[in-house]
Ligand binder design. Structure first.
Ligand code: SF4
Ligand code: SF4
Length: 271
C-alpha cells in the first residue's frame, strides 16, 4: 500500500491526538509502519552480514543483466523515468569497468573487460558514508545484518547521502515518481515513493523477512538454469565461514569497488 509523506504525517498526528484522548489508533497506521519496518515470519532468512558475489562470467548477454535489473525494479516499483538522464531512478544498473572501478584503470586492459557491462547496486558498506552524513537518520545501517536501509518517511530530500556515497548508488525523486510506473506491473505489496525523497537498493529486506532471496538473485538463478550453469549472483552471510559467499571468496579472486576509500563494500566481483 502506498502513502505519501503528508498523509503519513497526518496519520501520525491524528494517532497522537487520539492517544492523548485515551484511544490508540494503531489500525490505520499498521500497513504504513510495516512498509518500512516489515515484520519477519518464521521462515525469515538471517545473517550477521549479508553480502553478494557477482560472477561476471555468468552474464553473457544484455538480456541476462536486464532480467536481474527488471526483477528488482518491478518488485520495488522503481519508476522508469526517461525524459531526463539526471532524473533516472536506479536500484540496480550497469556501467563500464572504467566507471565501476576507476582506481584500476590500465591502458592494457583487455578489450572484453573494457566493454563489459558491470552489474552495480548499493554495496551495503561496512562503513557507509551515506549513513554518517544523513541528518535525520533516514538512512541507517541495520545492526542485525549490516543492510543499509532507507526510511522514505524520514527523508527530507537534502541529498547529503547522495553526495556522501562514492558509488552513485542513490537516486533522487525530482518528480512525482508515480506517473512513471507501469500500472500493469505495479507490486501492491511494496510502497511507492513521492517527489523529494532518495531511494536505493535495500537488499530486499522485505523478501528476506519472509524467507525469500533477493529478487535479482532469484532472477540470476533462472538465467543460469536456462543455460545449465551456476548462478552469477551468490548471496549469503559474510560472517558465516560455511556460507556459499565465503566458499566462493575462498576459492576465487574477487575485487570490490573503490576499496581504497575504506567503506568496506559487501559486494564482490569475480571478473
Ligand atoms: S554504496 Fe553508497 S549508498 Fe550504499 S551503503 Fe555504500 S555509501 Fe551508502
Ligand atoms: S538486492 Fe533486492 S533491492 Fe538490491 S538490487 Fe537486488 S533485487 Fe534490487
Amino acid at each position: 500500500m502506498s502513502v505519501n509523506r503528508r498523509e503519513f504525517l497526518k496519520i501520525v498526528s491524528m494517532s497522537t491526538i487520539l492517544s492523548l484522548g485515551g484511544v490508540v489508533s494503531i489500525s490505520s497506521l499498521k500497513n504504513h509502519v510495516e512498509a518500512s519496518q516489515i515484520s519477519r515470519n518464521a521462515k525469515a532468512l538471517t545473517a550477521k552480514r549479508w553480502a553478494m558475489v557477482i560472477d561476471m562470467s555468468k552474464f553473457t548477454s544484455e538480456e541476462d543483466y536486464r532480467k536481474c535489473i527488471d526483477a528488482c525494479h518491478r518488485e520495488h516499483n522503481v519508476p522508469h523515468v526517461t525524459d531526463n538522464p539526471k532524473h533516472e531512478i536506479k536500484w540496480m544498473w550497469t556501467d563500464t569497468y572504467e566507471h565501476a572501478f576507476p582506481g584500476n584503470e590500465d591502458k592494457y586492459l583487455s578489450e572484453k573487460i573494457k566493454h563489459m557491462p558491470f552489474l552495480l547496486l548499493c554495496n551495503h558498506c561496512e562503513n557507509p558514508p551515506c549513513v554518517r552524513v544523513c541528518p535525520t537518520q533516514a538512512t541507517f545501517k541495520r545492526k542485525s545484518d549490516g543492510i543499509v536501509m532507507m526510511d522514505m518517511h524520514r527523508c527530507i530530500g537534502c541529498r547529503f547521502c547522495m553526495a556522501g556515497c562514492p558509488y552513485g548508488a542513490r537516486s533522487f525523486n525530482y518528480k512525482d515518481p508515480r506517473p512513471y510506473l507501469d500500472e500493469s506491473r505495479e507490486n501492491p505489496e511494496f510502497p511507492t515513493r513521492m517527489k523529494g525523497v532518495v531511494e536505493k537498493c535495500t537488499l530486499c529486506y522485505e523478501r528476506l523477512a519472509h524467507g525469500l532471496l533477493p529478487a535479482c538473485v532469484e532472477a540470476a538463478k533462472e538465467v543460469a538454469a536456462k543455460k545449465g550453469i551456476t548462478p552469477g549472483l551468490i548471496f549469503g552471510d559474510l560472517e558465516d565461514p560455511n556460507s556459499e559467499v565465503r566458499r566462493v571468496l575462498n576459492e576465487r579472486f574477487t575485487v570490490r569497488r573503490k576499496p581504497e576509500l575504506g567503506t568496506g563494500p559487501s559486494v564482490y566481483y569475480i571478473i
